[in-house]
Design a protein around this ligand. Structure first.
Ligand code: HEM
Length: 409
């Protein structure tokens, strides 16, 4: 018997031969529990409705700040299959395999499937999507402006879980934890790029045998190559703040991913602890103050005055000016990397609107400050800008869990 859905799918496949724009009118995304005719996700009740909900599952440090997972991997994906209901079911089943195999917890696995600008252009829906292609955002950088179909974002405290997921989803492993692997993302996507990294005390020192950071500079406590912790609760947007509320994209968010390389020789050899604190926070903050920070970084909103008086401004005092109603706009899930043999950061941030990222990055540029004092330039005496170079940028949409397979199709 030919069902209505089979007819729709057949039409959708045919429409692929004459242009993908037709798909969105022909497919029936409302079938079943939002996932193209599949039975409801058996794991859904025990998982956050967003793909980025981690706060409730994370442990906290002595101050009450979230301890983020230590190991990260982002697989940048190219579509090999035409967007279709069949492909969507394969993707959804593959993602359910990850949910069957691991707890949604730091010692298990956090995962999200995000969709990029290439995908939305491919289905002729970029204008309707919540993202746009990345742009150059500073005068000092000439990044590779990238566009992908999708990205699989993985994190865990168990580094081997990330490799096991990659082998199961894009290789031939038949088992993943307790789950058997019958559906793979590799049936639909190929891996076009990989971003790997880590976050947490001591990990930068273990990886310091690369360009960009003096090997003996780091201590066993340092969570980042610059020596600072960057995850105080009130310097982060909440998950609620970055969640898109209502409309087609309800429960989703946007994701920016840039690769910053770091050149920290001068940071560690010419600067003392006070200079580093000045450049990271502000000239009116001392290393002792930083020791006493708990869940917040006090913020005087005096970058202009600091430029005038001290000829130098800090990273935090500039970016904190982008807050709205006292809360930052972006939820930073960035991580350290040694990809390419160079110390750096994969700056992964979530925000309700990509414009929130641009606003924050412009605040970080601090172009207005060189009018206050000629010692402050686009790079010099201007927070971290002397020490970082933006290599690439890409934008993604992170759908809610139930809509993670081929959004807008
Ligand atoms: C190598 C690159 C970077 C390093 C090492 C770094 C480091 C830090 C540190 C240590 C803090 C203080 C947070 C805390 O104590 O909890 C901070 C805050 C922050 N950073 Fe960065 N950052 C980097 C790049 C960026 C970029 C590219 C952006 C966005 C354009 C950004 C946006 C922010 C924001 C929004 C805050 C919080 C501001 C607030 O409290 O309102 N950072 N960063």
């Amino acid at each position: 018997m030919t069902t209505r859905r089979a007819v729709l799918e057949r039409l959708a496949v045919l429409s692929g031969t004459v242009g993908l724009a037709g798909c969105s009118r022909l497919l029936d995304p409302s079938a079943g529990e939002g996932v193209r005719g599949l039975a409801a996700n058996p794991h859904a009740d025990s998982l956050p409705e967003t793909q980025f909900g981690q706060t409730d599952a994370l442990r906290t440090d002595g101050d009450g700040n979230d301890i983020q997972p230590q190991y990260r991997r982002v697989l940048l994906l190219s579509l090999d299959a035409e967007p279709s209901n069949d492909a969507a079911r394969t993707v959804e089943r593959a993602m359910r395999t990850l949910e069957a195999a691991f707890e949604w917890a730091p010692d298990g696995l956090f995962h999200a499937l995000a969709w990029g600008t290439d995908y939305f252009e491919r289905i002729d829906a970029i204008e309707k999507s919540p993202i746009e292609r990345p742009t150059v955002l500073s005068r000092t950088d000439d990044p590779d402006l990238q566009s992908y179909d999708a990205a699989l974002v993985l994190s865990s405290d168990t580094a081997s879980n990330l490799t096991r997921v990659e082998n199961a989803m894009f290789g031939s492993s038949e088992r993943l934890g307790d789950a058997s692997v019958e559906h793979r993302l590799g049936a639909v996507f190929s891996v076009a790029g990989r971003r790997t990294g880590f976050m947490g005390a001591g990990l930068p020192r273990e990886h310091a045998d690369v360009e960009g950071v003096p090997a003996d500079a780091l201590s066993a406590d340092d969570p980042m190559f610059t020596g600072f912790f960057s995850g105080r609760k009130r310097t982060q947007a909440s998950e609620q703040r970055v969640r898109i509320d209502g409309g087609t994209f309800d429960g989703g968010t946007t994701m920016h991913l840039s690769h910053l390389t770091e050149d920290l020789d001068r940071w560690w050899t010419d600067f003392d602890a006070a200079d580093r604190v000045t450049h990271m926070f502000s000239p009116d903050v001392t290393p002792e103050d930083v020791e006493s920070f708990g869940t917040d970084v006090p913020f005087a909103d005096a970058a202009r005055e600091h430029a005038q008086e001290h000829g130098v401004v800090g990273h935090h005092e500039k970016v904190a000016r982008a807050r709205k109603d006292g809360e930052p706009l972006v939820l930073r899930r960035d991580f350290n990397t040694v990809d390419g043999g160079q110390a750096g950061v994969h700056f992964l941030s979530l925000q309700r609107d990509i414009a929130d990222f641009r606003r924050t990055r412009r605040a970080m540029n601090g172009w207005y400050l060189r009018d206050e004092n000629s010692q402050v330039t686009d790079r010099k005496n201007n927070g971290l800008l002397e020490f970082i170079t933006v290599q690439s940028r890409a934008n993604f949409y992170v759908p809610p869990r139930k809509g993670r397979a081929f959004p807008l199709l």
